[in-house]
Each structure stands twice: as C-alpha cells, then as structure tokens.
Design a binder for this molecule. Structure first.
Ligand code: THU
Length: 133
C-alpha cells in the first residue's frame, strides 16, 4: 500500500526547530496495524529521536513483539520545504533489524510515485542481531 498521503499529513507533527528537517514514518506490523512517528529534536542535540524509532517504539508500547515489524515508510521535508527521500540512520537501521527479525521492507518516498524500496538486510548488511549475546 502507498502511504504518501498519510506521511505528508504526519510531517506537520514533526518537531524539528534546530535542523528544519521534518521526518514522518509509518510502521506496519505483522498483524497489519499501523504506528506513526515523527522526529522530535532537542536543544541537547543527541537527545533527538528519529521518526522511525518513534514509530517502532510506539508499536512496541502498543503490544508489538520483537520480530513483528514488516514495513517502515518514510517521508522527509527539508528546511526549504522540499520533499526529499530519506533513508534511516544507522541507529534506526539497527532497531528496524532487531524488531523485524531482519525481515522488514523500508520504503523511502519523495512523492506519491517516486518511492524506493529496500530490505533491511540490504540497508544493514552483516547486522548485529544479538544472537551472539
Ligand atoms: N531524522 C529522522 O528522523 N529520520 C531519518 O531517517 C533521518 C534523520 C531526523 C533526525 C533529526 O531530527 C533530523 O532528521 C536531521 O538529522
């Protein structure tokens, strides 16, 4: 399914006063539920949380189990209000891999029709999934 319209509306909920870079994410779990997240920035910069992790953490809070994440949809708008394709940062790739059993599809949108799809295994090759712990 195409989530552009929902992502576009969600962008306005982003709180990005420092970078001006707004990100919206919708995560779909195994049972078809949808969870939303936006980036929330902080004056103590590292405290900032990305849209993707916010969506996944909400999914877990609402009952999703480890391995349940199936799809992560992402749309971003830069400081000059252009829609741009964003790929998850390294920290988010780690969390997506762990919460999907290394089996999520990641969709990055620039418009309703310009959408890139990659597997999390492509985005995070040789990931550390905790099996060695
Ligand atoms: N950001 C996300 O929320 N997701 C991404 O995929 C890339 C980066 C946020 C973090 C920060 O608030 C802003 O974008 C600029 O890095």
């Amino acid at each position: 399914m195409n989530y552009f319209a929902q992502l576009y509306e969600l962008l306005d909920y982003s709180s990005a006063p420092y970078s001006g870079f707004s990100v919206a994410s919708i995560v779909i779990t195994r049972d078809g539920m949808e969870y939303r997240g936006v980036n929330v920035e902080s004056a103590a910069y590292p405290t900032t949380i990305c849209a993707e992790r916010n969506a996944i953490h909400t999914a877990v809070t609402e009952g999703a189990r480890r391995g349940d994440v199936r799809e992560v949809h992402i749309l971003a708008r830069n400081a000059v209000q252009e829609l741009v394709k964003a790929y998850p940062c390294g920290s988010c790739r780690q969390v997506i891999a762990e919460q999907s059993g290394n089996d999520a599809a990641v969709f990055s949108y620039a418009s309703a029709t310009d959408v890139s799809q990659h597997s999390i295994a492509e985005l995070l090759p040789f990931g550390f999934l905790g099996e060695e712990l």
